[in-house]
Design a binder for this molecule. Structure first.
Ligand code: EPZ
Length: 438
């Protein structure tokens, strides 16, 4: 397993480019299932989750190029024939967002067999809201040996029916999954209490380009008029707001002067506002945000909320910054039940963080020391890299495959603005001296 070796102390200076949004690309790629025509998506990030989705679609019979080499930030997908509409557990267990094929498969083929995603490091990750919504649209869903068996009305020969669906909880992929089911349903579907994340709006824009009739994406109420079929499209997805936010914190925590380029500043409102409260200088232009040190960092509490509130996907990264602020920071995680896996690793680097339920209390400022640390999930991994950028000495981060799932060329981008970070493959870990406590 690859490791990162990071030597702290360098302020990040210069311009760093943002890639396409993984969490837009995943639902947009699943939307290819809804048409026989070819779908061409631009600005696709070269990250592991995208490769997993390519394999998933290919395993179902889609024509899709595999491997980054033939897909420089672009993917061509054609589902003219879905010979095997099954999302197999071997693939789903590596990426729970595979549940995003459930709605499109039923809408297109009348049936779906999707492995239950199971939980992950940050929580149980149920999909009961997806299931309840599909049942409201006339689908019959049963569980069978860890798989969801789903059929549209009339034993899979009929179309889903439009319905009025109010989500008990705001769910991003639940909104996306059911939106894709509704665009081919018979009649009108009204969704209430929808997720308003930019990734939902991105998907809705793609579906509209394919001929869908959708109103209200980006608001809590979305109205869909079902159509008989959708056609192909060429579409460019949004830049990744979480990658951009991660880089903003990298600039702030190292006391640098970093220009985060190719982002969408209006998707970063809560993060920018919070960084300004911490005393960081921020300059916003049309497609970039510049972050500079404003002197001593001040503590400022965060409470994760659905968009446009402070994103849960930025909580771990902000906690690393909080260790460098003067004062006490209260971090409240309202979205997931177990998203503090980074805390014990940060404390092993000298941070002073205590956890009680969904609240973590960070006492700063603490000098961080290098250590051998373990990555546990995508955003926790990013948090540990940010901490290592300011720690004394050389930090070794193990299991960086978690980070490779959602950040494209992370170490190369950071090295390009002055970070001392390099990746060590298997050879390094086998030859490493026995000092590593793992
Ligand atoms: C999406 O996950 C993102 N993933 C997550 O990003 C992100 O953290 C999350 O939204 C919240 O913003 C993708 O878009 C691929 P939810 P999702 O459904 O859709 C509960 C990353 O780091 N819930 O909005 O799975 C759920 O348990 C990843 O890139 C149900 O109870 O999250 C959670 O407590 C991590 N039943 C809350 O809702 C359901 O059927 C919000 O989850 C669905 C969700």
């Amino acid at each position: 397993m690859d490791k990162f070796v990071v030597r702290g102390g360098n302020p990040l200076l210069g311009t760093i480019k943002v890639s396409g949004a993984k969490n837009s690309a995943l639902p947009c790629m699943a939307a290819a299932i809804l048409t026989e025509d070819e779908l061409i998506l631009e600005n696709i990030p070269q990250v592991q989750d995208i490769e997993t989705e390519r394999k998933l679609l290919s395993s179902m019979g889609a024509e899709v190029e595999l491997g980054y080499g033939r897909a420089q930030h672009r993917t061509h997908i054609k589902c003219s024939l879905l010979s095997d509409p099954i999302a197999k557990y071997e693939i789903v267990k590596t990426m729970r967002a595979s549940s995003l094929v459930l709605g499109p498969l039923i809408a297109r083929t009348g049936m779906a067999r999707v492995a239950m995603p199971g939980g992950c490091a940050i929580g149980g990750r149920p999909i009961d809201l997806h299931i309840r919504g599909l049942e409201a649209m006339g689908a019959t869903i049963t569980q069978d040996h860890g798989y969801l068996e789903a059929r549209s009305p009339n034993h899979g020969n009929g179309r889903l029916r439009g319905a009025h669906i109010l989500f008990d909880k705001i769910t991003v992929t639940g909104t996306e999954d059911l939106l894709m089911a509704a665009v081919l349903a018979e009649g009108e579907t009204v969704f209430e209490n929808c997720a308003r994340e930019p990734e939902v709006t991105d998907l809705a824009a793609l579906l509209a380009a394919m001929g869908a009739r959708i109103e209200g994406a980006g608001t809590s109420t979305i109205r869909v008029q079902g159509v008989e079929r959708l056609h192909g499209a060429r579409y460019r997805i949004n830049p990744d707001r979480i990658e951009a936010g991660t880089f903003l914190i990298a600039g702030a925590i190292t006391g640098g002067d970093l220009n985060v380029d190719g982002c969408e500043p209006k998707h970063l409102g809560a993060v920018i506002s919070k960084l300004e409260q911490c005393g960081v200088k921020i300059d916003v232009s049309e497609s970039s945000v510049r972050v500079r040190s404003g002197g001593e960092l001040k503590a400022s509490n965060i409470s994760t909320e659905e968009y446009p509130g402070f994103p849960t996907d930025m909580q771990a990264q902000f906690m690393a910054l909080a260790t460098q602020t003067e004062g006490t920071t209260i971090v409240t995680e309202n979205i997931f039940e177990n998203r503090f896996m980074h805390v014990q690793e940060l404390n092993r680097m000298g941070a002073n963080i205590s956890v009680s339920g969904r609240t973590a209390t960070v006492t700063g400022r603490t000098r961080l020391q290098s250590a051998a640390v373990m990555c546990s999930d995508l955003r926790a991994s990013a948090s540990l890299v940010l901490a290592a950028l300011v720690a004394d000495g050389e930090t070794i981060l193990d299991r960086v495959y978690h980070l490779d799932r959602g950040y494209e060329n992370f170490e190369d981008k950071l090295r390009g603005v002055g970070a001392q970070i390099r990746r060590m493959g298997e050879v390094f870990s086998k030859n490493r001296r026995a000092t590593d406590p793992r």
